[in-house]
Design a protein around this ligand. Structure first.
Ligand SMILES: Cc1cc2nc3c(=O)[nH]c(=O)nc-3n(C[C@H](O)[C@H](O)[C@H](O)COP(=O)(O)OP(=O)(O)OC[C@H]3O[C@@H](n4cnc5c(N)ncnc54)[C@H](O)[C@@H]3O)c2cc1C
Length: 466
């Protein structure tokens, strides 16, 4: 019997499993291994709060690329939405936990299909600690030291925790008042102090954390620090579909020319009182292609000079959440600082954070009650503490891309490349670990394509007996 191991059961692992079951026409055995109890949902769709929302409208969140209305159709069958206006729901930002329910339903249906096809599916609640390649199999060691062997394996273990801040007192990362995992409810709950909370980072996770703090009754001031302190932007798309920019992008367009073109079109549409959003949205379907065409030097320039700007323009939030943040800023409860965190020292009854405030051009000392790390997932696998991917990298089974954004993989099949650049046949990488290869490899719109492609590739190999 062909055995397929899927490491991780968030969106990626779940959807790989779903497609494998759908496509299978010979008996297969699927082992879906997930270290947490967030089966089918992963971090994103098992949030601690019902108030945190998807940052993409419902009509663009189908789990299946070939059935774009799948999520919307599912929603309209739910009691709560049955009598609601479909167009309104299609354009709404709904709770992320609802999307988790959707994924669980898809998985439940897949399991019924598997039973009918006599496909054995085992869900294993454990973590993979080691990955070894033998002559004709991929061997996984689990937390309890038990081993399982598979013909094919998919690395779908998703996002890693943010890296600890680079400050003078690095041992602060061991403090009980420091929260490295911003997706854990403990980061926002149980605060008895009114002293400010310091959030490191100023992106979408910061927004969720602010909402989580308020929901958990925190009444003090929240300070967020990031190198640029950019304002997070709201979705305010007026429906304009702007194609003029992408029409001018050719196969040989350099990064420099691309930026020039972008600025030209931004000036043009701003003259008509429009925002740059339609420009960003028109680029989204092309980002992977553009990224793959850039030279390594251009990628480096993008990472140092443009990444944050792109991040702000691309990661927008629903308008009413944006209004809430603005209100908090007006009330003086949310302070967004552009600066550099220098040190954090824990005293007996508080924590002293020191940072350089770029706007005020001075070093500031701030007593805070806790520090929450919202800097985004660590991508350099070698910086992780104890992780099967780090071990595999050190053994040369896997390799990192030059920018240390993820794992090297074959651009056509997403099979991993070893340290000599050879394809590790049958060992696939999916999701955020493909960032070095594709840059945009995070959102559902990208992951749903990868899941189907990888499952199709495995199916092809099984048929060919490869
Ligand atoms: C807070 C947040 C909000 C988001 N909102 C949106 C949105 O609105 N729209 C959108 O399109 N995208 C959104 N995204 C992007 C999101 O990353 C993807 O949509 C998707 O959830 C990623 O799924 P994944 O399965 O690749 O990774 P994850 O969700 O991280 O799942 C990986 C799973 O693997 C498990 N795992 C990890 N290591 C091991 C191991 N060694 N052994 C076994 N199991 C392991 C983890 O426990 C986890 O369950 C959001 C992301 C985040 C973090």
């Amino acid at each position: 019997m062909i055995k397929i191991a899927i490491i991780g059961a968030g969106f990626s692992g779940t959807m790989i499993g779903v497609h494998l079951i759908k496509m299978a026409n010979v008996p297969i055995e699927i082992k879906l291994i997930n270290e947490t109890d967030a089966l089918n949902t992963g971090i994103a769709y098992n949030p601690y709060s019902k108030k945190v929302l998807l940052n993409v409208v419902s009509s663009r969140m189908s789990a299946f690329a070939s059935d774009p209305d799948h999520f919307l159709n599912w929603l309209m069958l739910q009691d709560h939405f049955r009598d609601k206006d479909r167009t309104l729901i299609a354009n709404s930002f709904l709770p992320r936990c609802l999307y988790g329910e959707y994924l669980k339903d898809i998985w439940k249906d897949a399991l019924i299909q598997a039973e009918g096809k006599k496909i054995q599916v085992d869900v294993i609640n454990s973590s993979v600690k080691d990955l070894t390649l033998l002559n004709d199999s991929i061997d996984l060691e689990l937390k309890d030291k038990s081993r399982l062997s598979a013909n094919y394996a998919i690395i779908a273990s998703g996002n890693h925790l943010p890296g600890n801040p680079k400050i003078k007192s690095s041992f602060f990362s061991r403090s009980a008042k420091y929260f490295q995992n911003p997706w854990d409810i403990r980061s926002v709950s149980g605060i008895n102090s009114k002293e400010p909370v310091l959030i490191i980072g100023n992106g979408l996770t910061m927004v969720d954390t602010v909402i989580g703090l308020l929901e958990n009754g925190f009444q003090g001031k929240i300070v967020s620090i990031s190198p640029n302190g950019f304002n997070i932007l709201p979705h305010r798309h007026n429906g304009l579909s702007y194609t003029k920019l992408v029409e001018e992008i050719g196969e040989k367009t350099s990064l420099f020319e691309l930026v020039k073109l972008f600025n030209k079109h931004m000036k043009l549409i701003r003259e008509y009182g429009l925002s740059a959003e339609p420009l960003i949205d028109s680029l989204r379907p092309l980002t992977q292609t553009i990224w793959k065409r850039l030279t390594i030097d251009e990628k480096r320039i993008f990472m140092t000079r443009l990444r944050h700007l792109w991040g702000v323009a691309r990661h927008r939030i629903p308008l009413h959440i944006h209004d809430k943040l603005q209100q908090l800023r007006i009330e003086g409860r949310l302070h967004i600082v552009s600066g550099k965190l220098l040190d954090i020292i824990e005293n007996e009854d508080n924590i002293m954070a020191m940072y350089y405030d770029k706007k005020e051009k001075q070093t500031v000392q701030l007593a805070v009650s806790r520090v929450i790390n919202c800097t985004g997932p660590e991508t350099d696998l070698l910086k992780l503490d104890d992780n099967y991917l780090k071990k595999a990298l050190l053994q040369g089974i896997l390799s990192q891309d030059e920018l240390k954004l993820g794992i090297n993989a074959d651009p056509d099949t997403f099979e991993a490349l070893d340290s000599s650049g050879h394809i590790q046949s049958g060992l696939y990488v999916m999701g955020s670990n493909l960032k070095g290869l594709l840059w945009e490899s995070t959102a559902v719109s990208e992951l749903r394509v990868q899941a189907e492609k990888i499952a199709g590739d495995i199916r092809g190999k099984i048929i060919r007996g490869a």
